[in-house]
Write a protein that binds this ligand. Structure first.
Ligand SMILES: O=C(CO)[C@@H](O)[C@@H](O)COP(=O)(O)O
Length: 175
């Protein structure tokens, strides 16, 4: 199932969601599937653990990626729930990222989220709620990173002024 093209998330209904088989066969409908169908299908094909994908254009995260900056996993939640959020640059031809650019990153089963320069974010999961949860964490983390980096610059601080941070398990192992 994928959202119809040209329709916002809030306008998605049971009746206009598009049903597509993994081989790309589209069930008859008055709408067309999202333009993003190609990379969604490929992610479902390459990873058995991916049953849902949330791709959106959240502004803080997309701003980071479009500036060519990988969002740092700086919150406890992001470290524990996501681990890292690779930045996927525009395609070789300078166009929007497709499965050709996206799938090689997600072949690594530890990757649960990525950010596409000039396009948006991808969160994947075992179900829609899990993928949506990651989409929210990606955006919150980018916003927090922006606040941190802005404050640090205003106060003349650098990364060297910050303590090392890691997971609760890392801290426990180190104690
Ligand atoms: O970011 C992109 C560009 O491919 C898409 O998510 C966006 O244009 C939405 O397209 P659809 O309306 O879902 O076909």
């Amino acid at each position: 199932m994928i959202k119809p093209s040209g329709v916002g998330f809030n306008e998605c209904t049971r009746d206009n969601l598009q049903v597509v088989n993994l081989d790309g066969t589209i069930a008859p409908s008055d709408h067309k599937p999202s333009k993003d169908l190609g990379f969604h299908l490929d992610l479902y094909r390459i990873r058995d653990d991916i049953n849902a994908i949330v791709h959106c254009h959240s502004p803080w995260a997309t701003g980071y990626a479009s500036a060519g900056i990988e969002i740092p996993c700086l919150t406890v939640q992001t470290i524990e729930k996501i681990g890292r959020m690779p930045l996927i640059p525009l395609s070789k031809e300078g166009g929007p990222q497709t499965d050709v650019d996206i799938s090689p990153v997600f072949v690594d089963p530890s990757v649960k989220a990525a950010v596409l320069a000039n396009q948006g974010t991808i969160g994947v999961g075992k179900d829609l709620m899990s993928a949506q949860y990651l989409a929210e964490i990606i955006e919150e983390t980018a916003h927090i990173a922006y606040v941190r980096d802005t404050l640090m610059a205003a106060h003349g601080k650098t990364a060297a002024d910050l303590p090392q941070y890691g997971t609760a398990a890392d801290a426990q192992a180190a104690s």
